[in-house]
Structure formats: C-alpha cells, structure tokens
Design a protein around this ligand. Structure first.
Ligand SMILES: Nc1ncnc2c1ncn2[C@@H]1O[C@H](COP(=O)(O)OP(=O)(O)OP(=O)(O)O)[C@@H](O)[C@H]1O
Length: 307
C-alpha cells in the first residue's frame, strides 16, 4: 500500500503523574486496512487511542490523523472518525435508539439507524436507558455509535471484550464490512485469534513501545521454529531421518510412534519427510504442520509473567 498512512504516530510519549504510559511509540496505520494493536494490560493502547481521537494531550511526539493534528484540528476530524472507547461517552439516561439517532443526525450521510440496531441485536432494547443496558449491550451501542456516521477511520478499543459469541460474530462481520468499504480500522484486542483473523497488520506494544509489527502471517512465520508431527510405527530410525533434513532441524520420537520434526517447516521440508517415509516404507497415520499462532508470538515477545 503506497498511499499516505491514515494515522502516523512518531515518538509519542505520554506520562501520568510521572509514570510513563507511552514511551516513544512509532506506529502507522495503512489507509483502508485493519490494524490490530495488541499488548499486555497497561501497555498504553487505550492512551494511544485517546490521543489519536483528540481526547488527550501527548507530552511529546507527533501524531497525524488523516493528515491533521487530532487536538488542534479536532473539529475538522470529528465528522471523519469514529471512536469506541471501553466505557463512557453516553448520557446514562439516554435511550439506546434515541442516542444512536441523535449521533446519526449529526452526520451528513449516516447509515440507516434501524438496520444497524437490528444487525447488532439491539432491537429489543432500543427504548432502554443506557445505564440499564447490560455490559455487552452497552458495548454494542458504543460500536454502533462509532460507525453510524460512515467514518473514514474508526478506533475500536476492545470492541469484543465481554461479548457473547453471537455479538462477537456480529462485531467481526461489521469490522469485515468496514474493511470492504475501505474504512481504516484500529482495533485493540486481547483475543489473539481475533486479531489474526481480522487484521491486515498487527502491532504489538509493550511498556508504551512498539516491539513488533507486520502482517500476522509474517509475524507467525518469523522467529522461533515451527514443527511437523506425524505418527507411524514405533522405533523408526530418527537418526537417518535427521540426516535427510536441513541443518538445524530436529527429529525426535516423543512417545512410541509419535514423531516431531522442528526447523524451518516449509514445503521442501514436508517433501523431505514424506519422501524419507516412502523410502522407509512408513505410511504415517497422521501428519500435521504446526505453525505458531499469534498468541505464541505474543507470549514469546512479551513474556509469560503477569503484569
Ligand atoms: N488517567 C490516568 N491516570 C493515571 N494513570 C493512567 C491513566 N490512564 C492510564 N494510566 C496508566 O497508564 C498505563 C497505560 O494504560 P492504558 O489504559 O493506556 O493501557 P492499555 O494498554 O489500554 O491496557 P488494557 O489492556 O488493560 O486496557 C497504565 O499503567 C495505566 O495505569
């Protein structure tokens, strides 16, 4: 993608009472793509979103949203961006449908409100005051409010946290639709599979800095080894298998008849293993290529200790 990024963040710093929440963050969101922003609790994701949305002052660094300064040019940006934060932004007594209609009326070409309400399963609670909605319903209303104005860019801070599976799927569909419509999406989430599934690019943030970024499949491919497992008769000659494999591969019999090959698992390595099986009269009962998931990558990069 060669067009100008929808969001450019360079050297962003934010401190709260001497505590550094964002520590020199660099991040770019490609226009028209979904960027998943991942990070442990307290990594600075929400703070970054709030700064991009013009709700907070950065202490240092440069932030450009659709080419503009999110604070100084907030009025010009407001009709062009949608924001869903983890909480707040709704008057507690406002009824769900009224609130959405009100937001829609502030925009020049809003989405039709009723279909959006139905799509997010809010039809039965349209007349319910915000404070009486369940947590998941409040989340869905916040999502509807973020997208109803047909924004060019949407910030979604943990949109699926606490949602039931149906609402989660409806949210994923909505995010896919936004992408199809060319909307740029920043999505923060703790669900690695969700990020892997929905994002064109992923950025992993830790302690206020970007520690990795790229398309999810690229992040999963790089770094540590993948593995290939197969089952066959017990006691196969793994030393001879190892000799057939590229250097730095390993081959072990984990339990009788269960074998694991690690290394740079690519189509060539798969062909080497299957041709070794053919030469040795082995018909594997099962053969699986295990690739690292985004969760594996995340834990490798950010560690397994609780923050
Ligand atoms: N208003 C605030 N006042 C003081 N400290 C704050 C404030 N908001 C956030 N922080 C601190 O800044 C750090 C980053 O918080 P932030 O909410 O941006 O992280 P996050 O990555 O969104 O976390 P989570 O995944 O838990 O939502 C945390 O240590 C948090 O305690």
């Amino acid at each position: 993608m060669h067009s100008e990024p929808a969001v450019k963040i360079a050297g962003l710093v934010k401190r709260y009472a001497g505590k550094t929440a964002v520590d020199g963050l660099d991040l770019r969101l490609a226009a028209g793509q979904v960027t998943g922003v991942l990070g442990p609790n307290g990594a600075g994701k929400t703070t970054t979103v709030e700064i991009c949305a013009g709700f907070r002052h950065p202490d240092a660094g440069d932030v450009r949203v659709l080419g503009r300064d999110p604070l100084a040019e907030a009025a010009a940006l407001r009709p062009r961006i949608g924001v869903m934060l983890q909480q707040g932004g709704v008057y507690p007594g406002a009824r769900a449908a009224e609130m959405l209609r009100h937001i829609a009326a502030l925009h020049a070409h809003p989405l039709p409100v009723e279909p959006l309400i139905e799509r997010l399963g809010l039809g039965s609670c349209g007349r319910t005051p915000y404070r009486r909605l369940s947590g998941g319903q409040q989340q869905r209303l916040a999502l509807a409010m973020a997208v109803v104005g047909r924004p060019e860019l949407v910030f979604l801070d943990e949109p699926t946290a606490g949602l039931d599976p149906q609402a989660r799927h409806a949210t994923w569909e909505l995010i896919r639709q936004l992408r199809t419509d060319g909307v740029t999406v920043l999505l923060t989430t703790h669900h690695m599979a969700e990020a892997e599934e929905l994002s064109d690019e992923v950025a992993i943030i830790d302690a206020g800095r970007r520690i990795a970024s790229g398309p999810p499949e690229e992040l999963c491919r790089g770094g540590a080894e993948n593995s290939l497992r197969f089952t066959g008769r017990p006691g196969l000659d793994v030393v001879s298998l190892l000799k057939a494999l590229p250097r730095q591969s390993t081959a072990v019999e984990l339990t009788p008849g269960a074998y694991r090959v690690t290394g740079d698992v690519d189509p060539q390595l798969l062909a080497t293993v299957t041709s070794w099986c053919a030469q040795n009269g082995v018909l594997p009962h099962s053969l699986t290529v295990e690739r690292r998931t985004l969760e594996d990558v995340f834990l490798e990069l950010t560690g397994k200790e609780l923050r």
